[in-house]
Design a protein around this ligand. Sequence first.
Ligand code: TYD
Length: 135
Amino acid sequence: MFLTDLIPLRTLGDDRGGLTVLEGGNDLPFEIKRVYYLTRTKPKVSRGFHAHIALRQMAVCISGECEMVMDDGYLRETVLMNSSERGILIEPMVWHEMHNFSEDCVLLVLASDIYDEADYIRIYDDFLEIVRAKS
Ligand code: TYD
């Protein structure tokens, strides 16, 4: 199992077009309390650069593409996200960064809780210290 494993989503599309379903607690291992999405990301802009203490999230690139970097303090992996039918789980204490957004990229994120700045670790060295203190 890799940090960057892409999870096939429940896709019920037919000859009329695509339809992908994400039900909190069923298709996702948590209930959804918040949805947000990144759009119109400017060229050369990267985002993320943080880990969460408790928040669980799933990201799905529903249009275009971007790269997701995931880092658990020991391994750093990159995956190209370019399918609306596969998502990635961003579990707590995983540093993540998003790079190389295409102009048409829409990155949808489903989150287990409402926004709380206190749940963020935004300094990579702090993240490493916390992760390594745990092992
Ligand atoms: P931030 O988490 O820094 O975005 P990213 O890490 O993807 O670059 O969020 C940017 C700003 O938006 C920051 O001031 C926090 C705010 N924000 C909310 O108020 N609610 C949210 O759900 C999110 C994701 C961000």
